[in-house]
Design a protein around this ligand. Structure first.
Ligand code: C2E
Ligand code: CA
Ligand code: CA
Length: 720
């Protein structure tokens, strides 16, 4: 911005000159005054860039005014233009001697005026510039001298050597934009020598150097005289490689606290940034498929929720799970499984277009976020398309596999307003799709949710059931068919729930299996059954055995031989009075641990019974390989064996097998006298069932034992 002072006694001239002056440049401020005294007074407090004065003025003429101006500190070196009507030589000479710079004829020619005044202002600016730079160089020199650092002196060279070897980039630029110093590291970054930059003005340097050295931050440092907080700077070097620099800018001040240069210090943190980005990538991506992982999905959903909240929009989360993936993995191997998952990931990634989002949650679980949903129908269509896409045959090596998926859908905000709610609803819906046979989708709904909540509350109740003494053992008598005498009992668990009443095992054992609670529950059962049977024995019923059910999960996770040994120790029950009932499923696993466990049980003298025999896939020959002592014919065969010839054949075969392998055979679910007689006739030795007695509480069973009565009637009694 330039300031021009105009002095003319004629108000008309004053207005005209002001008007013309403002035409010279946009940023000219005019101070117009009609009296010399006023002008001199103004000059004492202001330093204009140009003065325009009329020669013909009443009290003091232009020449005298010029002389007085030159005597003031602010007016001594300012260009003064004299406007004269009579451009006489004498007047001009006198005016020049007084200090006038230029003359203009009155009346002024507009073009002439604009050109000359413009030129004078330009020169003025240049001279100010030069003067400022000279001052600056003087200041830097003075400062260096004070520090004992003159360029070229040994101290200077030593300092430069030190600065060249610090592992940071250093540079100093004067307020006028002259590069005062760059160290070797900085120059090397620009692929040049320090001498190629030092001393140059920024305007003379290539773009990529200028952009780095000259920033808005420099202007801030200059005006505040304060060090600026370090900041990250993206920079592309002359080879086009992107760098990230951590840069600090601070003022270098002289002893009067004037900023004489800006020191820029930068550390190249590209490698660190890259490592951070890699780490972030690793943290947010799945290593097998390179898809975003669960964490990334969470972040994405958090952003989606906050967006959707503001704009009151909705979106859908699709939970995708490959059907029977475990079987594929087990039969075709893990490497094959991995390839398959990569293919699924690739298909999803290709099919799901941005802004929709795909992630792998782990294992065979994937998730898709559909960004915008107009109605439920459109989400269902997309879910169906995903199912269709993934159903297409997959060729891996020379194998062709076909898979299907189950998809669960949850929508924001209908099914949940937090990430966790949506995840759990979609997961639940996926399980529903799976239990409906897989290869399809299911949309979250309130009923599923309520059922899941009730299951969760039941699980938390079950956790406390043991400590709150709510578990009970019922005993179902095992009867010798020959004389219908009680020879043992099967322990069957019940849960005495404070609100729900007596809960049957079918209603809580699956939950116990899923949650792992089956282990502490199973331990309690074995101990309690041995304890009760120990008392029967102490009361004179030495021959009465107790049977305890052990699930495949229990066998897989626990050594039943150790558990039984401990229970026998505490109860003083004779080992041959304890029968462990296992299922075909347990023995099908056929692990070494299971074999060792069963051997240990047998070595202790404990009996081993194969429960529900005939319902699983254990071949008769397979059974031979295990140290069993008893077979229990499943109740489904017993139920109709008197009327269904197939069932009768199976029952007879099992009885025959028992004889061959020297195993006791027990028939389950005997409900009628006819069943009991038929089994006895077929050679079955013992049986259980409602015909003799349902499972009963311990107290009732004890009474039954003590009474010594037979259960049901024998064939002979009936015949007699
Ligand atoms: P299971 O081992 O096959 O037990 C026999 C089931 O048949 C019992 O059902 C019993 O009440 C029932 N039952 C007995 N006689 C008859 C009959 O004449 N007709 C009919 N229709 N049913 C009869 P419950 O007590 O409901 O037990 C169901 C299953 O729960 C058991 O089947 C067993 O697999 C499991 N279970 C029970 N208690 C335990 C336990 O303490 N541990 C483990 N792991 N499983 C247990
Ligand atoms: Ca059983
Ligand atoms: Ca059974």
């Amino acid at each position: 911005m330039s300031q021009v002072l105009i002095v003319d006694d004629s108000r008309t001239n004053l207005a005209l000159l002001s008007h013309l002056t403002q035409h010279v440049d946009d940023d000219i401020v005019v101070e117009a005054t009609d009296h010399v005294d006023k002008a001199l007074r103004w000059l004492s407090g202001n330093k204009p860039d140009l003065i325009i004065a009329d020669y013909n003025m009443p009290d003091i003429n232009g020449i005298e005014f010029t002389r007085q101006c030159r005597a003031t500190p602010n007016g001594k070196d300012i260009p003064i233009v004299m406007v004269t009507s009579a451009r006489r030589r004498k007047v001009c000479l006198e005016a020049m001697r007084a200090g006038a710079t230029e003359f203009l004829n009155s009346p002024v020619n507009q073009d002439d005026f604009v050109a000359r005044i413009g030129h004078l202002l330009h020169l003025r600016r240049k001279s100010l510039d030069v003067r400022e730079r000279a001052l600056e160089v003087q200041q830097v020199r003075r400062w260096s001298r004070q520090q004992g650092l003159m360029p070229g002196t040994p101290e200077w060279l030593k300092l430069v050597h030190v600065l060249d070897n610090v592992p940071v980039m250093l540079s100093a630029v004067s307020p006028m934009g002259q590069c005062l110093f760059v160290n070797a590291m900085q120059a090397a970054f620009f692929d040049c020598d320090p001498a190629e930059i030092t001393g140059k003005y920024l305007s003379d340097l290539p773009d990529y150097i200028r952009n780095y050295l000259d920033s808005e931050i420099d202007a801030k440092v200059l005006s505040s005289h304060q060090t600026e907080k370090e900041f990250e700077q993206d920079l592309t070097d002359n080879e086009g490689t992107r760098h990230v620099l951590l840069t600090t800018k601070k003022p270098i001040c002289d002893d009067q606290n004037n900023t004489i240069a800006i020191l820029t210090t930068s550390v190249d943190i590209t490698a660190r940034k890259q490592a951070e980005e890699n780490l972030l990538h690793v943290a947010e991506h799945d290593s097998l498929t390179e898809l975003p992982n669960r964490l990334s999905l969470r972040h994405h959903m958090e952003r989606k929720i906050s967006n959707a909240k503001q704009k009151t929009t909705s979106f859908a989360l699709l939970f995708i799970d490959v059907d029977r993936f475990k079987d594929i993995n087990d039969t075709l191997g893990h490497d094959f499984g991995d390839c398959l998952l990569s293919t699924v990931a690739g298909r999803l990634d290709k099919f799901i277009a941005k802004p929709n989002f795909v992630a792998r949650l782990g294992g065979d679980e994937f998730a898709v976020v559909i960004s915008k949903i107009d109605n439920q129908n459109n989400v269902s269509c997309q879910a169906q398309e995903i199912c269709d896409q993934l159903r297409a045959p997959i060729f891996l090596g020379n194998q062709e596999v076909r898979i299907s998926v189950s998809v669960g859908i949850a929508c924001y905000p209908h099914d949940g307003t937090t990430v966790d709610e949506l995840l759990s609803r979609a997961d639940l819906a996926m399980y529903r799709a799976k239990s409906d046979g897989g290869n399809g989708f299911h949309t979250a709904n309130r009923r599923d949710h309520e059922r899941a909540c009730s299951k969760a509350s039941l699980e938390s109740d079950l956790r406390r059931a043991i400590s709150r003494d709510q578990l009970r053992l019922y005993y179902q008598p095992k009867v010798r068919l020959r004389d219908r005498k009680l020879i043992g009992a099967e322990a069957l668990i019940r849960w005495q729930h404070p609100d729900r009443g007596l809960v049957s095992p079918a209603d809580f054992l699956p939950l116990a299996e899923d949650s792992g609670l089956i282990l502490p529950i199973g331990e309690w059962v074995v101990h309690k059954a041995c304890q009760d049977a120990g008392l029967w024995s102490q009361n004179g019923h030495h021959d009465v055995s107790v049977s305890v059910n052990i699930s495949p999960n229990q066998f897989a996770k626990q050594l039943i031989s150790e558990l039984s040994a401990s229970a026998l120790r505490h109860s003083h029950l004779s080992p041959d009075r304890l029968v462990i009932e296992l299922t075909e499923q347990s023995i099908m696993r056929n692990t070494q641990t299971l074999r060792d466990d069963l051997d240990a049980l047998r070595q202790m003298g404990i009996q081993l019974s194969l429960d529900d025999f005939g319902t699983g896939y254990a071949s008769l020959r397979y059974v031979q390989n295990f140290p069993l002592t008893e077979l229990k014919i499943d109740r489904s065969f017993v139920k109709n064996h008197t009327v269904d010839s197939n069932d009768f054949a199976i029952v007879s075969a099992i009885i025959g097998l028992g004889k061959t392998l020297n195993l006791d055979v027990v028939a389950e679910g005997v409900e009628t006298l006819e069943d009991a007689n038929s089994l006895e006739n077929a050679g079955c030795k013992s049986a259980q069932g409602y015909y003799f007695s349902p499972p009963t509480p311990l107290r009732v069973f004890n009474t039954m034992l003590d009474s010594g009565k037979t259960l049901g009637t024998t064939q002979k009694e009936r015949c007699a």
